[in-house]
Ligand binder design. Structure first.
Ligand code: NI
Length: 137
């Protein structure tokens, strides 16, 4: 277990009330865990903006599978980026639409390239890249 250190924080009362509401809504049982998570989130976000950072995360896309050549294009792209893809899951949302979640690990620059490539395929109408953590190689 990592060594923990205590420290005091002063902040405007109004901000603390908002923070307490924030942590209640997210089911935190204490402020410490919520503060640690917020700091980590900020650090991950900073780190993931560096092109050469190693990160892990997920690309999520939603598309209409009837669109001509879309499936070929998506498959081709994923084969070209096989070095950063850990796994993928395909979910048939309804008659027309599919949701695909692609777990990735590697350099941010390359992951962003794949995410943008998938997002630009005609028929893909939603794309997100969620960075879960920055990690060492
Ligand atoms: Ni499907």
């Amino acid at each position: 277990m990592k060594k923990l250190r205590r420290f005091g924080i002063s902040m405007p009362a109004e901000l603390l009330e908002r923070f307490d509401e924030y942590i209640r809504n997210r089911k935190y049982t204490n402020r410490s865990k919520a503060i640690v998570d917020l700091i980590n989130k900020e650090f991950i976000s900073d780190e993931s903006k560096k092109p050469n950072s190693f990160i892990a995360g997920a690309i999520t896309i939603v598309y209409n599978h009837h669109k001509r050549e879309l499936l070929d294009r998506i498959t081709d792209l994923q084969h070209s980026y096989g070095d950063i893809i850990i796994s993928s899951q395909h979910i048939h949302l309804n008659h027309d639409n599919c949701l695909e979640i692609i777990a990735v690990k590697g350099r941010y620059k390359r992951i962003k390239e794949l995410a943008d490539g998938l997002g630009s395929v005609k028929g893909v109408y939603h794309k997100t890249l969620s960075v879960s953590l920055s990690c060492k190689k």
